[in-house]
Design a protein around this ligand. Structure first.
Ligand code: ACO
Length: 332
């Protein structure tokens, strides 16, 4: 590589997503826990979410989203060199969900692994894949955010069960013309906030003993108020940091695709970044919080609706367990 070698521009060649057909509405939840449609709608913006069927797992959702992304990109799954699945609700701890997906889409040449950064996983994975591809050693990556959240939710806990849903989104990354694709990113973590979003059991600290299961340690726990305050601050901050050095400002953003956790967090971010409502992408009313899958699902929806035009500036921004956060700025 010569001293003045410029790495190739890497961008999105195609998008795909998949939501399992079964829908759980707020009215269904009213029959399961002490809650109301009105509380859920006004506090979160969520009306319904999709839930996996019996026998369906994270890789089933991810493989379908991945196939659709390959089809949209015009890339045979066999041509993928790298598969990263962002998830914290894997089929199994070993092997990785990415390996299940590789097998399901009929790929044999890629290296494949899972990336664990909770709801920030897709932003982390896109960033990681971008740099693998920019090295010139690999040509095409399939990046998937897939979650079967419903398997890790305590359906008796109204503080969490109303918030989440299942689904997957995917993108194929590859070389794009100079000046397009992923322009910048900003990732961060603060492990001091480890206890704000956690599945405390069934790992190596608290193995899956009858006692751990009795205490419901296999389910997600969240300090909702603390996460809310962190999210409102970090979403705006992460986008501003990702924009720095690109020569772009907030006003250049055509589409802000924020992690879909709570409409109030999204509206607060829009306000801080001075973006009109039409530029904020929102689908959580139909999907709930699908963690690492929210951003690629929302992206796929607006791409398929033909909303994203050539040259548009798209900002992705996520936050989640860890604590973690990430933002990516793209020129379409
Ligand atoms: N139905 C009815 N009442 C409820 C429900 C419910 N489903 N859940 C909580 N309440 C009650 C509480 O018990 C509380 O009652 P109290 O005042 O008598 O104590 C009251 O409603 C208010 O509760 P708050 O927690 O203060 O409600 P808040 O307005 O903060 O909304 C929420 C809670 C929706 C969880 C919000 O804090 C939030 O969205 N936090 C961020 C979550 C998030 O973004 N997570 C993303 C990361 S997740 C990941 O990485 C996996």
């Amino acid at each position: 590589m010569s001293a003045n070698h410029r790495p190739p521009a890497i961008g999105i060649l195609g998008t795909g997503s998949y939501l399992p057909p079964k829908v759980l509405t707020n009215f269904d939840l009213e029959k399961m826990v002490d809650t109301t449609d009105e509380w859920i709608r006004t506090r979160t913006g969520i009306r319904e979410r999709h839930i996996v069927e019996e026998g369906q797992a994270c890789s089933d959702l991810g493989a379908e989203a991945g196939r659709r992304a390959c089809e949209a990109a015009g890339v045979d799954p066999e041509e993928i060199d790298l598969i990263i699945c962002a998830t914290f609700t894997p089929d199994t701890f070993c092997p990785s969900t990415a390996c299940f997906i590789q097998h399901k889409i009929g790929n044999k040449r890629a290296f494949a692994y899972d990336l664990s950064a909770a709801c920030s996983g897709f932003s982390y994975a896109v960033t990681t894949a971008r740099h693998f591809l920019a090295s010139g050693l690999y040509r095409r990556a399939l990046v998937i955010g897939s979650e079967a959240m419903s398997r890790f939710i305590n359906w008796k806990d109204r503080n969490t069960c109303v918030l989440f849903g299942d689904g997957a989104g995917a993108v194929v990354l590859g070389e794009v013309p100079e000046g397009k694709g992923i322009l910048s990113e900003y990732l961060g973590a603060d492990g001091e906030g480890w206890d704000q979003i956690i599945i405390p059991g069934c790992g190596s600290r608290r193995p899956a003993t009858p006692d751990a299961l009795e205490q419901n340690l296999q389910y997600l726990e969240m300090k909702g108020n603390d996460v809310f305050k962190f999210a409102v601050r970090i979403v705006g901050e992460a986008v501003e940091k990702a924009l720095a050095g690109t020569g772009l400002t907030q006003a250049d953003i055509d589409w802000l695709i924020p992690h879909q956790a709570n409409i109030r967090i999204i509206e607060a971010a829009g306000k801080r970044l001075n973006l009109p409502k039409e530029r904020l992408v929102v689908n959580l009313d139909r999907t709930g919080n699908t963690s690492a899958a929210t951003i690629p699902i929302a992206l796929d929806e607006i791409v398929r609706e033909g909303k994203v035009k050539d040259g548009d500036i798209v900002a992705l921004v996520a936050f989640g367990g860890g604590l973690t956060w990430g933002a990516n700025i793209l020129r379409w």
